[in-house]
Write a protein that binds this ligand. Structure first.
Ligand SMILES: Nc1ncnc2c1ncn2[C@@H]1O[C@H](COP(=O)(O)OP(=O)(O)OP(=O)(O)O)[C@@H](O)[C@H]1O
Length: 348
């Protein structure tokens, strides 16, 4: 078989789930700590739950260092997890060998931020696309036809114009399209896209996001879209989850999370997103009123809510009690991990 199937199962079916996913990176001990009993660790990701479904995009939004890439790398099985579970079609996954990793990667593929770094400058596009077709056995009898189909899928046409080029002969947007085609070569069910457009010129970002949206629809892919840019999450993602300092703080459908944010951190993210009107004139609100400041150390994260030291609405209990996910009640599925909503139901 040479063609890539258009759909495998009903839209909306759960493909990949993170259940209480946790990753702590051990910190190398200094000489003076050698006799200490405590083992320091970076609490990069704590108790993350998310669900990727066929034909849907989930955006994971947060500032630098909040743990977004670590979640994607855990889901891609590039790191072992410290705790929690990763389920593919409901089954716990554990990658213990090269062959089990290959089987997993055939179903879950990652796209990285920097298309230049992720393509080998000494090899042609033909080489980059032939590899996944061969490794995952998806080339069929006619390799050339499969290569052409992959390039057509990402709108690099006519394919023969691109196949024998080297990465440096392509623009940034074209390189990212090749990286996407390479991921599709495995015929995955889920794509983990880690800031796929942030290194591209603003003028071509929309084209690449539209391509991903088109692939989501035509191939019924489940997509995790990682971004700093909450405005693009509204445009591109069905659901948006917000992360702060290793924890999820809010989630729900993208329209609601971006237009009626409930968590003070999401509100801050939206206020601090570039706004042409604000840049053009009106004086900025004082930093302390906007809850600005530094994200906390993840070696000793704050107790209670990790956002409390920066939160303009913090209450006494926020520094001691870790908030649970609470339903906001405006639309189904909208929740925030914030004690402001303590009277509300615990979200499922
Ligand atoms: N391999 C590693 N070893 C130790 N610490 C790490 C490692 N990878 C990430 N971290 C730390 O984990 C935390 C989360 O990093 P991560 O890259 O996941 O955040 P991010 O939200 O993706 O940030 P960015 O948007 O800048 O990529 C950071 O404090 C980072 O320094």
């Amino acid at each position: 078989m040479t063609s890539i199937p258009d759909a495998k199962a009903p839209a909306g079916e759960v493909v990949l789930e993170a259940v209480g996913l946790t990753k702590h990176f051990p910190v190398r001990r200094r000489l003076k700590d050698v006799f200490s009993r405590t083992h320091k660790a970076v609490h990069a990701v704590d108790d993350v739950h998310l669900t990727l479904r066929r034909g849907q995009v989930v955006a994971l939004v947060g500032e630098s260092g909040s743990g977004k890439s670590t979640v994607a790398r855990l889901l891609a099985q590039l790191y072992p997890r410290t705790g929690g579970d990763i389920r593919l079609h409901g089954e716990t996954t554990k990658v213990t060998s090269g062959s089990s990793f290959r089987r997993y990667a055939a179903r879950v593929q990652m796209i990285f931020q920097d298309p230049f770094a992720s393509l080998n400058p000494t090899h042609t596009i033909r080489y980059h696309l032939t590899r996944p077709l061969k490794i995952h056995g998806t080339a069929g009898d006619d390799l050339e036809k499969s290569l052409h189909e992959l390039l057509e899928r990402v709108s690099l046409t006519p394919p023969e114009r691109y196949l024998d080029k080297f990465p440096h002969e392509l623009s940034g947007g074209q390189r990212q399209r090749v990286a996407i085609a390479r991921a599709l070569g495995a015929r995955p069910e889920a794509l983990l896209a880690d800031e796929p457009v942030s290194m591209l010129d603003v003028s071509i970002r929309l084209g690449v996001l539209n391509l991903l949206r088109d692939l989501k629809e035509r191939l019924d892919l489940a997509i995790l879209y990682i971004t700093h840019d909450i405005a693009s999450a509204r445009y591109f993602a069905d659901e948006t989850m917000v992360m702060y300092a290793g924890r999820m703080v809010e989630g729900g459908d993208s329209e609601t999370v971006t237009q009626a944010p409930a968590h003070p951190y999401t509100q801050l993210l939206i206020e601090s997103a570039p706004d042409p009107d604000r840049l053009a004139g009106a004086a900025d609100v004082a930093d302390e009123d906007r809850g600005n400041g530094e994200p906390p150390s993840l070696i000793n994260p704050p107790t209670g809510c990790r956002f409390h030291p920066r939160c303009p609405k913090a209450m006494a209990r926020c520094s001691t009690d870790e908030p649970v996910r609470l339903e906001i009640g405006d639309v189904p599925g909208h929740w925030a991990a914030c004690w402001l909503y303590d009277k509300n139901e615990v979200a499922k």
